[in-house]
Design a binder for this molecule. Structure first.
Ligand code: NAD
Length: 310
């Protein structure tokens, strides 16, 4: 199995590191436009192989797409990250051109890869990658729900003072501070509802912390985070290449699902070797349906700014 990661910045290089360290695939190609940058990151990661004990080959290239040939999965992290005070939405113009060019270049050398889109604004970039690639809708997956759900689970575990790996919870909707929907009604600690452990105000606090989770880190770090995003990418890639069929909230093209069409937005999906194996229909209550519809509306209005790119 071969995975290409386009963009060897903080998020892309961290994803390559986690994928290699866990021996998820035999070869990772890391590509960047910055001269020598991906080569340097790849070599640095390779030089951890004996101390970490993995044999995955990590190859770095500067804009040479021929080295990405026959990739099974391609992850797009190329683009500009958010700066403090900048919304994901403000990134749209800059990153649309990059994502479209990258998608075209990738398809010159890999006929039918599963593409995982990470660049922000992620839901809109996923829609753009789908429309500009002509690939089957099941093969284009936006990664955001894996990360937001992981943040949600972390905040729940801190509030409950219980292990994060015993928490099951998911975030659906758009991958934005105001559009994501941490589904607290569905969250469980070892099968038991959150409301058995914390009160409504505490649940509201956890939801709020999750929604501003990315912005909190951007403020602290001066740029957007990379450990959890990189690790979430590796989790999604592992699920696809090893056909784990895990349910991971992902931004996918809705075609009547949840009552919406012609939009990519986060819903729970079974991921496996074909990409999106199944979209899971949750029994949302009226409040949740209303928030999801607002979220879809916000993503769709951002998609309108793609008019010159599709
Ligand atoms: P970064 O600046 O560290 O890395 C981006 C890299 O992309 C740079 O090395 C740059 O040279 C490269 N690049 C730019 N244009 C390119 C092109 N045309 N071809 C190849 N490479 C190109 O940024 P980062 O922190 O790694 O973030 C990358 C993207 O991921 C941003 O858009 C960020 O907002 C997004 N992000 C998304 C999530 C998510 O959950 N979906 C999480 C974190 C970050």
């Amino acid at each position: 199995m071969k995975v290409t990661i386009v963009g060897a910045g903080n998020v892309g290089a961290t994803a390559a590191d986690v994928i290699a360290s866990r021996s998820i695939v035999s070869e990772v190609v890391l590509l960047d436009i910055k001269d020598g940058f991906a080569e340097g990151k790849a070599l640095d990661i390779m030089q951890t192989s004996t101390t970490k004990g993995f044999n995955t080959r990590v190859v770095g290239v500067t804009s040479d797409y021929s080295k990405t040939n026959n990739s099974d999965v391609v992850v797009i992290t190329s683009g500009v990250p958010r700066k403090p005070g900048m919304t994901r939405e403000e990134l749209v113009g800059i990153n649309a051109k990059i994502v479209k060019d990258v998608t075209k270049n990738i398809l010159n050398f890999s006929k039918n890869p599963v593409i995982v889109v990470v660049s922000n604004p992620m839901d809109t970039m996923t829609y753009l990658a789908l429309k500009s690639s002509g690939l089957d809708k099941k093969r284009i997956i936006g990664m955001g729900g894996a990360l937001d759900s992981s943040r949600f689970k972390t905040y729940i575990s801190l509030a409950l003072n219980k292990p994060a790996n015993d928490i099951h919870a998911m975030v659906i909707g758009g991958h934005g501070d105001t559009t994501m929907i941490p589904l607290h009604r569905f969250a469980k600690y070892n099968g038991l509802p959150l409301s058995d452990f914390i009160n409504k105000n505490e649940i509201d606090e956890v939801v709020k912390s999750t929604m501003i989770g990315g912005a909190t880190l951007t403020k602290l770090l001066g740029t957007s985070a990379w450990y959890a995003p990189g690790s979430s990418i590796a989790y999604v890639v592992d699920t696809i290449v090893n056909d784990h069929k895990r349910i991971i909230p992902s931004s996918v093209y809705l075609d009547g699902d949840y009552g919406f069409s012609d939009v990519c937005i986060g819903v729970p999906c079974v991921l496996g070797k074909n990409g999106i194996e199944e979209i899971i229909s949750l029994d949302l209550n009226n409040d949740e349906k209303l928030i999801l519809s607002k979220s879809v509306h916000a993503v769709k209005s951002m998609n309108e700014s793609l008019i010159n790119h599709i």
